[in-house]
Ligand binder design. Structure first.
Ligand code: SF4
Length: 156
């Protein structure tokens, strides 16, 4: 219900962000299931979505070439299994990736006028992700240093 209402109000910037958040969450969950994918009913349950709203998001991802919907018979009923078209090595950075919900995605090519090489959205996202990674690494270095320095402090 919520998503249906949100999708009817695409002009409202704040609400559009909510749709993007949900779409990212759905895509991330699908990717996390690997090559097996996930039954859409299970996905809707996990994200507390109605089948109508979930289906809209799944179709949106399919339209962008990010997932396939395979028709399967499950407990005597036809349903869809959602599978990511390409699986990244690391799923942690998927949430918030601008390409997932980009309206220009179908026109975006490396050599085209719409291209990741000139895209501000992807540039900003990469910078933010890199900065997060660096901060995480600094944090884990500090933890390692503390852990390693504790025994030597204790023995001296
Ligand atoms: S690179 Fe930019 S323009 Fe291309 S799909 Fe991603 S966000 Fe859209």
């Amino acid at each position: 219900m919520l998503v249906s209402k949100l999708m009817q109000q695409d002009n409202n910037e704040g609400r559009e962000e909510s749709i993007e958040d949900l779409t990212s969450k759905v895509f991330k969950l699908i990717v996390e299931q690997g090559k097996e994918g996930i039954l859409q009913s299970r996905l809707w349950k996990e994200l507390n979505l109605t089948s109508r709203d979930g289906s809209r998001i799944a179709m949106r991802l399919e339209k962008r070439g990010l997932v396939t919907r395979q028709r399967v018979l499950e407990n005597g009923r036809w349903t869809f299994r959602l599978i990511a078209v390409r699986l990244p090595l690391d799923t942690t950075s998927i949430e918030g990736a601008p390409c997932i919900t980009c309206n220009l995605e179908s026109m975006c090519t490396v050599d085209g006028s719409v291209s990741p090489n000139t895209c501000r959205l992807i540039e900003n996202w990469v910078l933010v992700e890199m900065s997060k990674r660096m901060n995480e690494e600094k944090g884990s270095d500090a933890t390692t240093t503390t852990t390693l320095s504790t025994p030597s402090t204790a023995t001296s």
